[in-house]
Design a protein around this ligand. Structure first.
Ligand code: HAM
Length: 438
């Protein structure tokens, strides 16, 4: 690629560059304040909820050997075929920015032998994922997930507990109207039979399929079931249903899960077309859909993957997990999240000396909690009051020469405009009490 401005390297810096405004890469979602505060509040709720259920956080590499995703997500999936940010590094290795978290968690589970210390391991993660998809509302190339994985438990009680926990997350965030769609994809015993039935059906309906589904038909016929192409949807409308092909154990697992969810009062719909865009699933798959999100309506998704740990070189270990799309979750949260706690007071110095006197007080107070703002410019009282009003503080503590001489501040209630004198020695306690009145 040609660079259209002269680059002259001098010393350690770049000089004589034409002024250019560099922007983010298309589709890379960033979170700015005040939105970042809302994100953190939601993140805290997620952490509290999961840690209450015994999950611990993993912070993993963003870059992985490409092979990890090709093996786990599957070579014939959209993610691996078209959406990964893959490049060859300076040591000629093929590396990929993680498109999802599960493969990395399993890699870590095996690499650090996490299963050895505990029979069941519950791990969660929060962070960016990267997929080269067509950006639109709710779909980005860098997006964020809140995810969790449980290892070592094959019981459907685990599936149910995790789904109840997710439903609780939506409830805690006052999100309504989220629908749980559920399916079972069977296991090694019954899925091959279903695949054969489906392959047979697809070979008889080739003409109605899109190029991708036709090409993948032999290797990965299940893909056709969740292809978004309207032509394919029509072609598979009469296709065999996985529900009819499940073996006895898979049937019992699914029925057990459905019964537990019903008992817990969690509404769900069984959707036999729900095969998901990743190949590692066995038995349960699910999506939480929200009509308010428009076209990109899955706010969370996941399922069981009892073979993946072994396929990636570990001991046979059943597993279940999910990921919530953070951006989509935030679209649903609305303004229900508690408002930010604003500083209680603005400290308004009217001279350099007053600023000097107030600075240590300001630092000391904010060590405990964000209680004050301080103007470093000692501008006119009028402009400082205007700013304090805009910042939404409840008090302004004004300090001019007279107040300095008296060792006190003029305390103005921003709502009532009432003004009283407050000795410096009492400011800390006064604000601390008001802080707790929030
Ligand atoms: P996934 O369905 O590919 O599953 O993604 C999970 C969620 O991430 C989606 O439901 C959606 O909310 C969000 N998401 C996916 N792609 C984008 C995008 N381009 N822009 C914005 N949000 C997006 C997984 O990733 C699995 N690892 C889930 C899992 C965990 N299964 C088992 N354990």
């Amino acid at each position: 690629m040609e660079i259209d401005y002269p680059l002259v390297l001098t010393g350690f810096g770049l000089r004589n560059m034409k002024k250019v405004q560099i922007k983010t890469v298309k589709g890379f979602n960033e979170v700015l304040p005040p939105e970042s505060f809302r994100w953190r509040q939601v993140e805290d709720k997620f952490r509290n909820l999961l840690e209450g259920y015994g999950f611990a956080e993993l912070r993993l590499a963003l870059l992985e050997p490409t092979e990890l995703f090709a093996r786990s997500i599957g070579g014939e999936t959209d993610i691996v075929e078209k959406e990964m940010y893959t490049f060859i590094d300076r040591s000629e290795r093929s590396l990929t920015l993680r498109p999802e978290g599960t493969a990395s968690v399993v890699r870590a589970y095996n690499q650090y032998s996490l299963g050895k210390s505990n029979e069941i391991n519950k791990l969660y993660y929060i962070g960016p994922m990267f997929r080269y998809e067509r950006p639109q509302k709710g779909r980005y190339r860098q997006f964020h997930q809140l995810g969790a994985e449980v290892f070592g438990e094959e019981s459907f009680y685990q599936d149910a507990e995790t789904l109840v926990m997710l439903a609780q997350l939506f409830h805690t965030l006052s999100i309504k109207g989220v629908e749980l769609h559920l399916n079972s994809l069977g296991c090694e015993a019954c899925r091959p039979l279903f695949r054969d039935q489906l392959k047979d059906y697809l070979s008889r309906h080739q003409a109605g399929l899109c190029d991708d589904c036709r090409r993948r038909g032999a290797e990965n016929p299940l893909r056709a079931l969740d292809c978004k192409n309207p032509q394919c949807r029509e072609a598979v409308a009469e296709a065999p249903s996985i529900g009819d092909a499940l073996c006895c154990d898979c049937r019992q697992h699914f029925a057990g899960l459905c019964a537990l969810l019903a008992d817990a009062g969690i509404a769900f719909q069984i959707n036999p077309r729900l095969v998901r865009g990743l190949d590692y699933y066995t038995r349960t798959t699910f999506e939480f859909l929200a009509g308010d999100l428009g076209a990109q309506n899955a706010v969370a998704a996941g399922g069981r993957y009892d073979r993946l740990v072994e396929e990636l070189g570990g001991q046979p270990t059943p597993a279940f997990g999910f990921a919530v799309g953070f951006e989509r979750l935030m679209m649903l949260v609305g303004s229900e999240v508690a408002p930010l706690t604003l500083p209680v007071a603005a400290l308004l110095p009217l001279s350099e000396e007053a600023l000097r006197r107030l600075f240590p007080l300001h630092v000391e107070l904010n060590r405990r909690a964000q209680m004050t703002t301080l103007s470093f410019q000692h501008k006119s009282l009028k402009s400082q009051l205007k700013k304090a009003d805009k910042d939404g503080v409840r008090y302004a503590l004004i300090v001019g020469p007279d107040e300095l001489a008296q060792d006190e501040a003029l305390c103005r209630n921003m709502r009532t405009k009432e003004q009283t004198k407050l000795p410096f020695a009492e400011i800390g306690e006064f604000l601390w009490e008001r802080y707790h009145e929030h």
